[in-house]
Design a protein around this ligand. Structure first.
Ligand code: SF4
Length: 313
């Protein structure tokens, strides 16, 4: 039987640490070691910048994209895995059963009130493994009868695979993460993530293929969070393409104070900030310029900043 994900016993993952492992690699998928674990719960009370939601939902622990600036690395099971962020994924292999039980409990207590769910806060629910695992898709199916207010945060075009399910949600916002309009910058900061073009194409596909006669039309956001450098020659074209969304959200790079998880877990991002000194030496000015350009170029698309952009409405 799989080991519960929250336990007082310190677990040893095969491939990390010197003691004999208690959790074994199930397979390798692409560049990542895949582990199976049973979770004790799947809906987590939402806190921090998404505290307006009832719950966060993370189908996986870990994320194959391994973005250089990812704060989620700080929540790795141990130091070795934190340093190897992007190269392991833990599948919550009982997630569908637990979600069903937790939603039943919600319905019993709250009656018809829709739970608001943010999926996901510390993983990408459509990372490459999902193409095979299909866990996120199964969780969507479980959620449907409970009519949740759902926000899906991803940077993966794979989300377009699930158009048939997505259009059955009455209250759905899809947030596509797209922190830069320059492909070279994307390759530097998040080399394993899908191209800018692939992400925009996925949003276009969703917009074109969702059939209002068969269901509901989701709200679409592009989240430029954190705003990474975008070369001046790419900016106009990038912003033009954002009209596929009804909302664009921007946010500055995370603070890198000594107490910030970013400072201690993702030195790669801090090194890259030095490479892009032309941007980061005047970060506040660049941010304000970009925001002004968004506001002047985008018609009919709302532009929001930080926390207020992450709500469903
Ligand atoms: S896709 Fe999101 S969760 Fe995954 S590594 Fe990048 S920032 Fe972190």
């Amino acid at each position: 039987m799989a080991t519960p994900i929250t336990t007082k016993r310190k677990l040893q993952y095969q491939g990390y640490g010197e003691e004999s492992p208690s959790v074994w690699v199930r397979e390798t998928f692409g560049w990542a070691k895949i582990y199976d674990r049973a979770a004790q719960s799947i809906l987590t009370k939402a806190t921090g910048f998404i505290n307006a939601y009832d719950f966060t939902l993370n189908p996986y622990h870990g994320c194959q994209y391994g973005c250089s600036y990812c704060y989620a690395a700080a929540f790795s099971p141990n130091r070795q895995m934190r340093e190897d962020w992007g190269n392991w994924v833990i599948v919550k292999n009982n997630a569908t059963e637990i979600l069903e039980k937790e939603l039943q409990r919600w319905a019993k207590k709250q009656g018809d009130l829709s739970p608001s769910i943010y999926m996901s806060s510390v993983t990408d629910p459509y990372q490459p493994l999902e193409s095979k695992q299909r866990l996120t898709r199964q969780l969507l199916e479980v959620m449907l009868p409970y009519r949740p207010i759902l926000v899906i945060q991803t940077r993966s075009p794979l989300i377009a695979r699930d158009i048939d399910v997505l259009q059955r949600f009455k209250y759905l916002r899809i947030n596509m993460s797209l922190p830069t309009g320059s492909e070279g910058v994307r390759r530097d900061f998040e080399p394993r993530s899908p191209s800018i073009r692939a992400r925009l194409n996925a949003l276009r596909k969703i917009k074109q293929e969702i059939d209002p006669n068969k269901g509901y039309v989701p709200k679409l956001s592009v989240t430029i969070t954190p705003l990474l450098p975008t070369f001046p020659e790419d900016t106009r074209r990038f912003i033009e393409q954002l009209t596929v969304a009804d909302r664009v959200v921007i946010q500055e790079f995370h603070e890198s104070s000594a107490r910030s998880p970013i400072a201690s877990t993702r030195p790669d991002a801090l090194a890259l900030k030095k490479k892009y000194a032309w941007w980061y030496d005047n970060e506040q000015e660049r941010y304000q310029q970009f925001k002004a350009q968004l506001n002047s170029q985008l018609q009919g698309v709302e532009v929001k900043e930080g926390k207020e952009g992450f709500g469903y409405e």
